[in-house]
Design a protein around this ligand. Structure first.
Ligand code: ATP
Length: 239
């Protein structure tokens, strides 16, 4: 599996700096990115996926620049966004699932055949022609995961995957993700969601505050969150 290299990356929008000098080499199978609201987690994920290009520095998937090779990146990186409704664009399950495969160059017939096979393997063959609107939020998120898995990327990036799910759905998704052979990069503001990762990176105001073993990074993160939570005023949210 190719490593993901982030070299001295900065990112700014309209002159506002969001990430500053981030350098990471991601090789572990399970990586957590933790941080408060607005710390830059989603922006880092979007840079890794090539959805945005850095203002300075480099992102590389093996030898590929993800922002320059949109088609090539599809077999390397899949993303599961926090809100499935930001991801789903087609009215039926089969059309939605076929879309990524067609983007990868498969014909419509080939894509549809793979979709049918995948749905059957999931015991969901009856979902093919179903309207996406009739699925629950958790089912729509599961649809997005199936869509990513069909494309068989090396790495899956997950942005707060548990945020909208009830506890049984969270437990099912956790088991499903744990069994995947892919590298997973999970972002969350919840330490429990990344506690089992091989490595945890804590982002604070667009910088890496800590990077290392989950137990050590999360202990420091929890202590800092408890300290901030004990204050009535949040100086960070006053701008
Ligand atoms: N396109 C944009 N235009 C302006 N500001 C942006 C843009 N994208 C991100 N930001 C700002 O950059 C900062 C980091 O945003 P980002 O979404 O990466 O944080 P996050 O850690 O994922 O937050 P959350 O946990 O709340 O989802 C925030 O202050 C956000 O408002």
């Amino acid at each position: 599996m190719n490593g993901i290299s982030v070299q001295d990356v900065a990112y700014a929008v309209a002159g506002k700096p969001i990430l500053h000098g981030i350098s990471l080499h991601l090789t572990e199978a399970r990586i957590g990115i933790i941080g408060r609201n607005g710390s830059g987690k989603t922006t880092l994920l979007r840079l890794i996926a090539g959805l945005i290009a850095p203002s300075s520095g480099q992102v590389r998937l093996g030898d590929m620049d993800p922002a320059q090779d949109r088609r090539g990146v599809l077999s390397r990186i899949g993303i599961l966004f926090q809100n499935p409704d930001h991801q789903i664009i087609f009215p039926t399950v089969e059309e939605e699932l076929a879309f990524g495969l067609r983007q990868m160059g498969l014909s419509t017939a080939e894509a549809m055949a793979r979709v049918q096979a995948a749905l059957s393997a999931e015991g969901r063959a009856d979902w093919a022609a179903r309207s996406v609107q009739t699925l629950s939020q958790g089912q729509r998120q599961y649809l997005c995961l199936l869509s990513v898995l069909l494309m068989a990327p090396e790495t899956i990036l997950l942005d707060e995957p548990f945020a909208a799910l009830d506890l049984p759905m969270q437990m099912r998704l956790t088991r499903r993700l744990a069994a995947l052979p892919q590298r997973l990069v999970v972002i969350s503001h919840d330490p429990d969601a990344v506690a089992a990762c091989d490595r945890v990176i804590w982002l604070e105001a667009g910088r890496v505050a800590r990077d290392g073993a989950a137990a050590e990074v999360l202990a420091a993160f929890r202590a800092e969150m408890a300290r901030l939570g004990a204050d009535d005023a949040d100086a960070d949210l006053t701008d």
